[in-house]
Design a protein around this ligand. Sequence first.
Ligand code: HDE
Length: 688
Amino acid sequence: MAKHTSNPSHNALPQGSGGETQQRGGCPLTTNHGVPISDNQNSLKLGTRGPTLLEDFVLREKIFHFDHERIPERIVHARGTGVHGYFECTQPIPELTKASLFQKKGERIPVFCRFSTVAGSKGSKDTPRDVRGFAVKLYTNEGNWDLVGNNMPVFFIQDAMKFPDLIHAVKPEADRGFPQAASAHDTFWDFVSLMPESTHTVMWLMSDRALPRSFRTMEGFGVHTFILVNEKDETHFVKFHWKPKQGLQSTLWDEAVKISGADPDYLRRDMYEAIQAGHFPEWELGIQVFDKEWADQQPYDVLDATKIIPEEDIPVKVIGRMVLDRYPDNFFAETEQVAFLPTNVVPGIDFSNDPLLQGRLFSYLDTQKSRLGTTNFHQIPVNAPKCPMHNFQRDGMMQTHVFKGRATYEPNSLDEVGEETGPRASEQGFTTVARHDIEPAEKLRVRAEAFADHFSQSRLFYRSQTPVEQAHIIAGFVFELSKVQLDHVRLRMLGQLLNVDKELAQAVADGLGLDLPAPIPAAKEPFDMPPSDALSILKRGGAVAGRCVGILVSDGADKKAVQQLQQALDKAKVMYKVVAEKVGGVTLNDGSHLKADEKIDGAPSVLFDAVALILTPEEAKRLAKLKPVQDFVSDAYNHCKAIAHSDGGLALLKNQQLQPDAFTVDINDAQALVSKVSERLWERVPQS
Ligand code: HDE
């Protein structure tokens, strides 16, 4: 029999559920309708061992709600992590735009930012080779502006018409349901090898940009050309850039593969831990501004989303900064339910005629209705504007506003009898700017001639990379095409690569053990553009603060060395985790106890930017026999990371036949480790 507990008095109950989200300790447990519950352990049965009764509304409500906890995942970008923060205007640009967020230096507005992978399901890993979403909702005082971008400045296709085909090709193959979160399969390469316009973005996808070390070390791009409109209705074209203060950094493919086994949540955990530790990631918002006359002189079309504007041609002007400083309180309510809409623009920002952007303007509103189930998704707190919002839209599923009065239409004259009339459109409101550059034309289902050059910028990207990065791109192509089982697809892709760079195509063919086919004729002959350093990660580098070091310790490790290292890391704002054979920790040489954060096989060195090996020679000898210890050391070395070592640590390296070099430093020189935390010694491993 259920034990009877006395019900709390109704006066103590929280106010009706609507806004009540605080789960106070000790407050009465109730049903969704506010009825206090006395027993949350047992269902209502006939006798002690009899069948459960249908009348048990407490059980049925609980199970009913549980059964419906999931909502459809996003059709793309299903896996992501969101963070709150703020945007601050650092350089007002009233001459370019009337958008309120760019008018006053120092003015801050809240933002919500969601980072994502594209192809994988919600439960897939964080570190596949993939484009990353970089979507920012800026809650301005004239409505929400959503800058729904990616970590690559170009896209696979030029026209929205091809988006479902692209996504069908990259998602798990329709008959077999795999591979998950991977582009290394027949259908993806079949599609892109038939779509020369994809080549430029495929170059980015094969590069280290597709393997970010952290969401914090990625750039963000609005991709499309947008339009800025000032008070006088003058217009300028604009491209938006987010530049990370943390610098750029990626992982190696071998690391990414191992990370996905060790910690499938690597990127979201990294963001969570950095924010918990007070290392708030920051990006500068930059703009490339140009006018129609300039655009008309370029050898590519600025409305073509497969093209960049080299930063050497139009420098990026910094106008603001974004700081992310608060992890959501509730993943589902915020990160899962956030709905980004490229149609969310504010007065002062307008759309260009980019045919990919134009298609997106339909898609996002449409998808939110099917994903969130109601046209009232804008009322979900993370989606609601933080400025006043009034209109005559009413009712619908899950309506949470209780509108007063009977003014649900406009015009009305209800004020004449003393009633509220409701809101009115104002001249200050959003107006689509008149564009005089669009000539009257026929309706045509065509692709503009100016979109025809698919290879010049693919070549520009490849030739702007360092030799190390070029080697990674070649290895990326070789790996992916090795997973393709259709010979004709491999050959066709090699034929496309010949249009990009002959040496690249030859190296990929060599890696596959294939002869080069004849080139596939290009729609427009590519030409050479001057290399752009901004396209390389390694030419730009990363910052030390916010990185993470793994400190492997053994019993008897020198306390002074451990402390000195910890102090140096703290001073440089570098995070660290203590790793030991057992999670209980170790006894240091002064008899004190050092608790471990991780057990060695739960924290392989792929999870860290650099490592320290603080072991006694005796313990090093014993631990060298353990596979996770061997991997910890050899992976750190082969992934070209800095390694600080005690004598025992050095013995571990030698035991693995690893030669000391400029990036293996004495543990007593903690500063040497700190200075190398965001770098790699590429000479350690031959890159081809
Ligand atoms: Fe998206 N995209 N997309 N996309 N996209 C979605 O909207 C779509 C494109 C991007 O964290 C979906 O709410 C079409 C380019 C991000 O919630 C969907 C086309 C760029 C996110 C959709 C594109 C993006 C999405 C799925 C071609 C970079 C995640 C769920 C016309 C500029 C936002 C959703 C988040 C999400 C459609 C192309 C970025 C289906 C039709 C180009 C970052 O509406």
